[in-house]
Design a protein around this ligand. Structure first.
Ligand code: NAP
Ligand code: ZN
Length: 353
């Protein structure tokens, strides 16, 4: 065991602050990574504030962060995929049982025994729960360590590990591509990746935003059209027209107005971890054989597929790189939808603590 620097929160009301946390020494299948960048996902904020208490209560202290890019510093004797000096990445998962039907199908994200990168019981007993990427270093089983295309900007690549796969997976599952009309609701970290990916797949992309100031950016990111969702007449122009809508909104809002825009048999997929139940009018679904679904990150193989796709198409997140000392300020801005379009922490700043 060794100690490493991190930022942690001591309670739902506490700011994130400098801390020292234990990590295990790499066992034979483990990869030790020096973390260079870690993205800030809205899920980090939900968890730090214990907003998901009813489904995933937060254990304190919490060290968030699951959009990790870094360099391998050490590998266990049986590791075959990585060697010291390689670039490496870690997303939302650091372990699963690898034997259940979901794991065998490449869906570690639905393994009943998975270990999330932070706030899951630590199977190795190094600490009560796993500690995430707002930290100097991390040790992860090689199966859960991803390869980063080396030419990608590393700060911009970090958010691919959650925002990238969480949007890539439902877009692929719903066959988004040429000839399809696709909506993306909410232009934050996930939403802007959804726009870039759906555009790269060849779809006609429409962004729905509450922030009129994001219109120009949405077009630059790859949207063909932008609708400010408070404009009812603009919304109605799109009635019965979408094959698929990806909804990334993080707070309570009216989903019925988007269901009404779906074509016959269209699907609205929710990925936002909204903490309160959303109202659903059955008639929006009935008049059109429409459906509403959810989607949870993605499996490890698909995460690698997404990274390779982003490498081929030179896709990264638009990041505002911050030192870790600005993390609490970044959280305040995230709540106000003031993010363009993902914060990435430059972990070199942790050395100053
Ligand atoms: P984010 O960067 O904060 O973006 C959320 C966007 O939603 C905002 O930028 C804003 O976009 C829109 N929004 C916020 N409040 C709204 C409101 N009251 N009404 C309508 N629109 C609103 O968050 P993120 O990191 O992309 O994450 C989005 C959600 O997905 C979070 O709840 C997160 O926990 C969840 N998540 C889920 C998964 C999964 O596997 N399912 C994975 C990662 C994250 P505009 O300014 O354009 O309106
Ligand atoms: Zn996330």
């Amino acid at each position: 065991m060794y100690n490493t620097k991190a930022y942690s929160a001591a309670s739902a009301a506490s700011p994130l602050a400098s801390a020292s946390i234990p990590r295990r020494d790499p066992t034979e299948r483990d990869v030790q990574i020096e973390i260079l960048y870690c993205g800030i996902c809205h899920s980090d904020l939900h968890m730090v504030h214990n907003e998901w208490a009813s489904v995933m209560p937060t254990v304190y202290p919490i060290v968030p962060g699951h959009e990790i890019v870094g360099r391998v510093t050490k590998v266990g004797s049986a590791v075959t995929k990585f060697k010291p000096g390689d670039l490496a990445a870690v997303g939302c998962l650091v372990d699963s049982d690898r034997t259940c039907p979901n794991c065998k199908a490449g869906l570690e994200n639905f393994c009943p025994n998975f270990t999330l990168t932070f706030n899951s019981p630590d199977k190795h007993g190094t600490a009560p729960v796993t500690y995430g990427g707002y930290s100097d270093s991390i040790v992860v089983n090689e199966h859960f360590v991803l390869r980063v295309p080396p030419h990608l900007n590393l700060a911009g690549a970090a958010p691919l590990l959650c925002a990238g796969i969480t949007t890539y997976s439902p877009l692929r599952r719903n066959h988004v591509g040429k000839g399809k009309k696709v909506g993306v609701v909410g232009l934050g970290g996930l939403g802007h990746m959804g726009v870039k990916l759906a555009h790269a797949f060849g779809a006609h992309v429409v962004v729905f935003t509450t922030s009129p100031g994001k219109t120009e950016d949405a077009l630059r990111l790859g949207a063909d059209e932008v609708v400010v969702s408070s404009n009812a007449s603009e919304m109605m122009k799109h009635a019965y027209s979408f094959d698929f809508i990806l909804n990334t909104v993080s707070a309570v809002h009216d989903i019925n107005q988007y269901i009404n825009l779906l074509a016959i048999d269209g699907n609205l997929t929710l990925v936002g971890g909204v903490t309160k139940p959303l109202e659903l009018s059955p008639f929006g679904l009935i008049f059109g054989n429409r459906s509403v679904s959810g989607s949870n990150i993605g499996g490890i193989a698909q995460t690698q597929e997404m990274l390779d796709f982003c490498g081929q198409h030179n896709i990264t997140a638009d990041v505002e790189v911050i030192p870790i000392q600005k993390v609490n300020e970044a959280y305040q801005r995230l709540v106000k939808s003031d993010v363009k379009y993902r914060f990435a922490i430059d972990m070199a700043s942790l050395k100053n603590e």
